[in-house]
Write a protein that binds this ligand. Structure first.
Ligand SMILES: N[C@@H](CCC(=O)N[C@@H](CS)C(=O)NCC(=O)O)C(=O)O
Length: 201
């Protein structure tokens, strides 16, 4: 059976897994899901109703991008995207989680803007504020090191963060980068990689 990734081309969480699979040179089949009208066959493999979902060659089925990423990294460890040391791994997972939270908030803001006629509501300003605060957290971290975990190479935390930032580019505007010079340098530099620029949503 072929390895299948259920995805949506604009989904930052799906992109995270596409980049990881490309970097590890793992072959797979893409199945695009219409998120406005999810087919029953998709809901059967994904009760969570969200993409990405990976169905591996042996039928192992995993939802949630972080669980998929950990599974892939454990099964195909070269090159590694999670540190093996317990403490370093925890740090990596924390930053991955923070990056995914940023992605969640950007999606919420996008959906909110689509579904409300009022622009200046409390919820919208709260989301905008917390997205800016999260950008600032990443900016500070990247002013101290080239990658989020401070090592010589990127990790799953960088992939998660770049996918969230890329989704912001898609839905809002690219000028945000001018306020965060380190984030911009990091973002541009990672876009030199084929896996990253070939998956721009
Ligand atoms: N925590 C999940 C979030 C996945 C997620 O929010 N996926 C969005 C697309 S980017 C989705 O499928 N939304 C459809 C829905 O919620 O109905 C992950 O990391 O995979």
């Amino acid at each position: 059976m072929n390895r299948i990734l259920y995805y949506h081309p604009q989904s930052n969480f799906s992109r995270k897994i596409r980049i990881l699979l490309a970097e590890k040179q793992i072959s797979y089949e893409l199945k695009e899901i219409n998120l406005m009208n999810k087919p029953p066959s998709f809901l059967e493999v994904s009760p969570i109703g969200k993409v990405p979902v990976l169905v591996d060659e042996d039928g192992t089925t995993i939802w949630d991008s972080s669980l998929i990423a950990e599974y892939i990294d454990a099964k195909y460890p070269e090159p590694r995207f999670y540190p093996t040391d317990f403490k370093e791994r925890l740090e990596c997972r924390k930053w991955e989680e923070l990056a995914d939270t940023l992605g969640d908030k950007i999606i919420s803001l996008w959906i909110f803007n689509l579904t409300t006629k009022k622009n200046a509501t409390l919820y919208q300003s709260m989301l905008e504020k917390s997205i800016k605060e999260l950008f600032a957290v990443f900016e500070k971290k990247l002013s101290q090191s080239k990658y989020l975990l401070g090592g010589k190479t990127w990790s799953i935390a960088d992939i998660s963060a770049l996918c969230s930032c890329g989704y912001y580019n898609l839905r809002f505007d690219e000028n945000w980068q001018s306020d965060y010079p380190h984030l911009k340098t990091w973002f541009d530099q990672l876009h030199q990689r084929e896996s990253v620029y070939s998956t721009i949503p």
